[in-house]
Write a protein that binds this ligand. Structure first.
Ligand code: PTJ
Length: 260
């Protein structure tokens, strides 16, 4: 559906169209629409812009990726539909491989997701070649299938829009997990080492800009950023941000969102 630019919620509706189109093209799972709706609701609550706490989370995440020995990006259908080009640009900038890892895995869909990433400039996609597949034994669903060259041997896994089970399994395997999840109280958010409570649409371009700055720092400076980050404290800040907004909204509710 064509969204008129003058619609007050044009940007949100256009993004919704991207997800719907992604579902029709078999990139996004049906459940991806539901996940997106949940994300939209939380984005509404945080104010549909990147709060200060999110910038700090993104800085810590970039610093961790820059100090990692073997990082990997784990990419699913929603992330591909929303920001394939940006994810590819980020992966090229940091020289981090992309692995396709789907919750609702079907080989045909995994190939379609890969094609979209290749169309967007990706040169090498992990997660498809059966020769390199192995499993995370702690998991029973299809996200257990991982690539020996990627997630299985990585020290840091950047896995936006993740489900909680796998985050726990990855942590138990000794990996550091960075996620992007608009819901600060999801199991993924709570279990990750660094949770970015922000919309992936804003996060990846902002992380690209941050990476260009942080690439000028030395390892010691980067490690200071990583070590001074406290995920629990940061999640608390995100909840306080939502709670403050709701508090203000409750007071000025009928005057509209733009006033706060
Ligand atoms: O492509 P697949 O098969 O791997 O499936 C992907 C989905 C997302 C359907 C699957 O991983 C899933 O069901 O995820 P969940 O458990 O619904 O978790 C998704 C989380 O992402 C939720 O907490 C949402 O609030 C959050 N979310 C949704 N859209 C965004 C988001 N977070 C950041 N940016 C978004 N745009």
């Amino acid at each position: 559906m064509a969204i008129p630019n003058d619609h007050p919620r044009a940007q949100s509706l256009k993004i919704r169209e991207q997800i719907i189109e992604g579902m029709h093209n078999n990139i996004v799972a049906e459940a991806g629409l539901i996940a997106h709706g949940r994300g939209e609701a939380f984005d509404y609550l945080i104010g549909e812009e990147s709060p200060t706490y999110a910038i700090e989370q993104q800085d810590a995440a970039v610093a961790l990726l820059l100090t990692a020995e073997k990082p990997v990006f784990s990419v699913n259908g929603n992330v591909t539909a929303l920001c394939a080009a940006e994810v590819v640009e980020f992966s090229e900038l940091l020289n981090v491989p992309i692995e396709i890892n789907l919750f609702y895995r079907r080989e045909e869909r995994a190939k379609i997701v890969a094609e979209k990433l290749v169309e967007s400039g990706a040169k090498n996609i992990l997660g498809l070649d059966p020769e390199f597949q192995t499993i995370i034994t702690e998991l029973s669903h299809s996200r257990r299938i991982v690539d020996k060259r990627g997630i299985h041997s990585a020290d840091v896994v950047f896995v936006p829009l993740e489900d909680g089970d796998r985050t726990m399994a990855l942590r138990k395997m000794g990996k550091q997990v960075i996620t992007v999840d608009l819901n600060p109280i999801s199991r993924t958010s709570v279990w990750s080492n660094i949770t970015i409570v922000n919309n992936i649409i804003r996060t990846i371009p902002e992380m690209i800009s941050t990476a260009k700055e942080l690439q000028k720092m030395n390892q010691k400076e980067l490690l200071e950023i990583v070590n001074s980050f406290d995920n629990n404290k940061s999640l608390r800040e995100s909840l306080e941000h939502i709670s403050d907004r709701l508090d203000k909204l409750a007071r000025v509710a009928l005057d509209g969102l733009e006033k706060i």
